[in-house]
Write a protein that binds this ligand. Structure first.
Ligand code: SF4
Length: 305
């Protein structure tokens, strides 16, 4: 079946099943094209919570669908590829986190939303890449356990020097491999370009950035910027919407490594199959959900950076 026929069938079936199709900014172009909503993981979970549709097809990775299930427990949340995970989220287990908490009983656990529901449930508050600094400042404790991304953790620590920070040594394998040479080369080749980067990249890369922000922040930044050329320091799926919304701008990917294999797993056939079968479904136990929701709710009350 060709792509256009598949897209038509998906749209028709989604209407029949009362389903909302949502896709993360890093998904394949054709998946973002058929989505009713695109965005970052938190924005999509909030869309899932507020829609009146009964079925949510979450084209992304497992922890994102879990967040939707946490915020919208009465909905059927589907993840078209059950094997789409996040290596960074898998770098922390609840057992290991409980041990670290015992070693630092006076610390507040601040957990990036890129984590499992169980790990969120063991956390005091969550944060996203767009409100991490504000969340860290908002907690009363002087000591923070920053989980699981060491790069985001060091970015927070730099901006919140009044807190003592303990870092979980996890990282995003996609963002962490962007290296200094690649950025220096891109900047030398495009001296008129603005460099915007995601805080999941290494500290030495962030040092060279003109702007550090989340994926949603990048769309906003480009829309407001007078610049014509941008070096993009995040996963390459972001290009689809950046180019669509800014046809007069040029976007440069500094590295071929900025591709998350898990984000590219979902194909149109998977979305169609998932709508036909209403599987695979993502659920969270009520005990974990209530605790994880508490950490997410506290985060939602915090301002953006
Ligand atoms: S881009 Fe990185 S953080 Fe996002 S899903 Fe892939 S591995 Fe996880």
């Amino acid at each position: 079946m060709n792509q256009e026929t598949l897209k038509k069938q998906i749209k028709q079936l989604a209407a029949e099943k009362d389903a909302l199709l949502i896709a993360h900014n890093y998904e394949r172009d054709e998946i973002q094209e058929i989505a009713d909503v695109t965005g970052d993981s938190l924005a999509l979970s909030m869309e899932a919570a507020k829609t009146d549709k009964q079925v949510i097809v979450f084209c992304g990775v497992h922890f994102m669908a879990e967040s939707a299930a946490i915020l919208a427990p009465e909905k059927t949340v589907l993840l078209p590829r059950a094997d789409a995970g996040c290596p960074m989220a898998d770098m922390v287990t609840t057992e290991a986190l409980k041990k670290l908490k015992q070693q630092h009983p006076d610390a507040t656990v601040v957990t990036y939303v890129n984590s499992s529901a169980e790990v969120k449930a063991e956390s005091d508050i969550c944060c996203t890449s767009s409100n991490a600094i504000s969340v860290a400042r908002s907690v009363e404790s002087k000591k923070l356990l920053l989980v699981p991304d060491r790069n985001l953790g060091r970015y927070i620590a730099k901006h919140v020097p009044e807190k003592e920070c303990i870092f979980w040594e996890g990282y995003c394998p996609t963002h962490d491999q962007l290296n200094l040479e690649e950025i220096k080369r891109a900047k030398a080749d495009h001296p008129d370009a603005v460099f915007m980067v995601h805080p999941e990249c290494r500290p030495e890369i962030l040092e060279l950035a003109d702007h550090i922000c989340s994926t949603s922040g990048m769309y906003e930044y480009v829309a407001k910027s007078p610049a014509k050329k941008f070096i993009v320091g995040t996963e390459n799926g972001i290009l689809w919407r950046l180019k669509k919304e800014n046809p007069d701008r040029e976007f440069i990917m500094p590295s071929h490594c900025l591709v998350c294999p898990d984000m590219k797993l979902t194909e149109l056939e998977d979305v169609l199959r998932c709508l036909e079968t209403l599987e695979p479904r993502v659920t969270v136990t009520e005990e974990v959900r209530v605790k994880a929701k508490s950490a997410l709710d506290k985060m939602l009350a915090a301002p953006r950076d």
